[in-house]
Design a protein around this ligand. Structure first.
Ligand code: FMN
Length: 216
């Protein structure tokens, strides 16, 4: 059995001719060559998830949720396979693309992202390089009880940022990915055994128990 970390690289935009195509070959080459990870591309184009619609009724059994549609169940199972995550995100209206937010919302009551490290690669057509989307995404990751990393890869002017060889024009872009992957491996090394040793119940469950005890 491999002791590499199972790395899921989630691509957060889906539209035709998306600029994400500039990044994907480079990110998958770099993560594929990294012997600390078994990397898998998880492209939201391949996951036509419904707009989030889960309720207590659609979840059914919390220990084995059925969800509103089979794809939601498959999505939660796919996410549960990962023990390290890279989110590739564009910036849409100063935040994450709706498709990506919806995909994270659909990781529902499985807690499949919990206590796992999250790294971010942001990009945009202009000079902001997806920085605002990454800031929002880090907050979203906290709510999913992930461990979001400080070091990120930010790519401005994305349409000019890669050469014909699919490599970044600016060597610092590649350096930023190396730093991010080092952090991701470090956190994955730390958190995988910590999860295996036993996890606290999710914060929402503990708060509900505290409210019940307080008669609230
Ligand atoms: C709906 C929408 C909103 C956008 N909002 C921003 C923005 O707030 N800041 C920014 O720098 N670029 C913004 N852009 C430009 C995108 O960064 C650029 O189009 C990028 O290529 C989008 O990624 P994609 O091609 O993979 O979808 C926006 C683009 C779209 C389509």
């Amino acid at each position: 059995m491999s002791d590499r970390h199972r790395l899921l690289v989630i691509v957060g935009t889906t539209r035709p001719d998306r600029a994400a195509e500039h990044l994907i070959p480079w990110v998958m080459r770099r993560t594929g060559e990294d012997d600390r990870f078994d990397a898998e591309l998880v492209d939201l184009r391949d996951w036509p998830l419904p707009m989030f619609q889960e309720t207590i009724e659609t979840v059914g059994d919390f220990n084995d949720p059925t969800y509103s549609e089979p794809i939601v169940r498959e999505w939660n199972r796919k996410i549960a396979e990962g023990d390290a995550f890279i989110f590739i995100t564009a910036e849409y209206n100063h935040s994450v693309p709706g498709a990506l937010k919806n995909a994270i919302d659909n990781v529902f009551v499985s807690f499949a992202l919990r206590n796992k490290p999250a790294a971010f690669i942001g990009y945009s057509g202009g000079p902001i390089a997806g920085a605002r989307a990454v800031e929002h995404l880090a907050h979203i990751a906290i709510e999913a009880e992930m461990a979001p990393l400080r070091n990120t890869v930010l790519i401005g002017g994305v349409h000019q940022a890669f050469g014909d060889d699919d490599e970044p024009v600016d060597p610092l872009t590649d350096a930023a990915l190396s730093i991010t992957l080092d952090d991701l491996a470090w956190w994955a090394d730390a958190l995988a055994p910590a999860r295996a040793a036993g996890q606290l119940p999710p914060g929402t469950f503990r708060m509900r128990a505290a409210m019940a005890a307080a008669g609230a």
